[in-house]
Design a protein around this ligand. Sequence first.
Ligand SMILES: *Cc1c(COP(=O)(O)O)cnc(C)c1O
Length: 415
Amino acid sequence: MSSPVWHPFTQHGLGETIPRVTRTEGAFLYTDDGRRIIDAISSWWVTTHGHCHPAIMAAIADQAGKMDQIIFAGWTHEPAETLAQGLVEIMPPALEHVFFSDSGSTAVEVALKMALGFFANRGEPRSRILVLEHSYHGDTIGAMSVGARGVYNQAYAPLLFDVGTIPYPAAGAEQATLDALEQACRAGPAAFIVEPLVLGAGGMLFYPPRVLSEMRAICARHGVLFIADEVMTAWGRTGTLLASEQAGVVPDILCLSKGLTGGAIPLAVTMATAAIFDAHLSSDRSRMFFHSSSYTANPIACAAANANLEIWRTEPVLERIANLAQRQAAWAEQLSQRPTIHNARVCGTIAAFELASATGTYLDDLGPRLLAFFKARDLLLRPLGNTVYVMPPYCIDDASLTAIYNAIADASDTT
Ligand SMILES: *Cc1c(COP(=O)(O)O)cnc(C)c1O
């Protein structure tokens, strides 16, 4: 009998088998048919330190013994208070306020609503949002609206709102991006939303810190709010706690999720400057921030995030990341010698390559063929079209990394 489960981004009509995972540990998933799978993409970019980090799992168990969900509108609890304080301490000083939600998409929706609320409450309503070409910000209607359009959201296009798209700062064409942003900012949009340094789902496209800092400066000059979507890039992914850090950029609004709990349990925050918060501050209830979700600041998820922050404070996380970044760079260098591998690039713990054949569109059959090839080698790798990327948990060992890169090398020979 087939399962009633409807999986995300899965064409059930193809009848592909769906492995059943029973246990996770470190960089590995274990399946019910006795296989050990190397998680080369951190389970879609969420796992940072490794699966089932003992301190995070213990914090979850401990909190689960004390308190489950409580209403967060007008009520509070220690795990959320501690987490907000911890985030304010570890993140850039200007980001003084922490709004909780439960996924990257909702963190983005909240950021957009904060930006519009900021201008509405100041009596100068603005609603236009600027976005970077090839961006991805999530799969809800608002988040899709500010992301790239393609086959994956074509059916919903009539519901997506209009945005101003700034060209991606391809190497050599950075000035065109900056000029287009400057031009678009003159028309008085509310905000510009960007993935700092790495456009993830858009194909692991990298751009230099200098471009990020110049984009931020342009927005500041024109009074356009700068939203950094660090849902994927934060928590050390690009080599630093935040990718923005490498550009000396402090956004007006910051979206965090994925690695916030080390990847153990869903939670997101949208952090904002005092100016954004203060625009909603009034004795008039109609100016409050009108957003809530049922599970806002779930205490168990907050406890997991607090354990993650404690790991960042007490373990040599940045050293581990630097070490992984170095190993990734060495492998990328080695792979780049092969004629079928193009555009080998590394940003912190992320390495990405294009395989030579195929047209590179999402539905091109190279992607699925590669997926099947890697699956057969007990590897969790999920290419974006012909872009193969490696983004493992920071704890991955050399043998596993070697297995991943040998498989990519073999794939580049045979596909
Ligand atoms: C994954 C991702 C999101 C969406 O997060 P979800 O938790 O899947 O809703 C938003 N922005 C970026 C940059 C992402 O990588």
